[in-house]
Ligand binder design. Sequence first.
Ligand code: ADP
Length: 356
Amino acid sequence: MVSFSSQVDFSLPHIKIRDLNKYYQVQDNQVHALKNINLDIPHGKIFGIIGKSGAGKSSLIRTLNGLEKPSEGSILIQQHNLAELKHAELIQLRQRIGMIFQHFNLLSAKTVSENVALPLKIAHVKKTDIEQRVDEVLQLVGLSDKAQHYPSQLSGGQKQRVGIARALVHHPEILLCDEATSALDPESTSVVLSLLKEINQKLGITIVLITHEMQVIREICDQVVVIDHGEIVESGQVWSVFSNPQQAITQELLNLEQLDLPFDLLSQPNDADSAVILKLRYRSELQESPDLKVIFQQFEDKVNLYQSHIDTIQQHLIGSFIVAVPQQLFNLDELKQKLQAYAFDIEVLGYAKPTH
Ligand code: ADP
């Protein structure tokens, strides 16, 4: 029998997906839900998969614990190919992968402690061991005092914490979260996300979560992939993807504000004395914001600030501002050179009538 917990090489991906395709047959139509997915999910990280509804997120997460079979391609967990596992090994593997769901999937006629105990009962674990493990996980999620309550007596956030306790009861090494906070209010979302982060850090569990909410990704994930129409369109460290989103879909998910300049401000580029409207995006690992003096000096202090935004993600400072500067003083290369320490991205958005 394959052992999933011994001899773990942490330098290898915990989950490796290669050339994964998933097709569904719906009457006469074939839906191509996942298209050539290749992904390495590292050990002990929180890995986010984000996309709009219908992008293929659930199909992807369901293939990770064997609920769906890939139509093509392979999934390796700790170097073991799921497709090659025998039935008993697959059952053993499923115990190493916990899962939590958007709607918690608790049994309403059972108490909190009975709900949490259920996976252990099914696996014929000894009664005394069951009691000990249930106590341990309920304590971990801060619900020891609710052990004898029924789900209907709990808030949404508490129900999800029961869901997390149940998912941890087999001491898994991977936790899959399927839109785990989408049914929760902002306060409960925050409690559940903090708990997931704590579990990741305390127990070293690899967490894979799918969501359509960027807020979830930015709060707890280390890495993110953006999935659109079944394809991975963007991936990387969260701060890196957030600070410089390449794809329109990522920008849409990030809900980047569009600049609506008043119509009477805009002018034509061939208007020699018009101002250039620039969007300057920066990111800094050093927690330093750019020296605005550099910009103001280059343009002889004739700068209009239209919009600015600053954020800290994973200890990186990320910001943008939109300014109008005199066209005759604008030299893109020179400006880039001066600002290069801050990894600047400079985009010309349009032209404005002069105000100086
Ligand atoms: P998401 O989780 O991002 O909303 P899904 O993985 O649920 O996306 O769906 C991806 C595509 O696959 C959609 O077009 C959806 O209609 C289709 N799909 C998902 N599950 C099934 C299924 N069991 N049978 C047929 N089509 C499905």
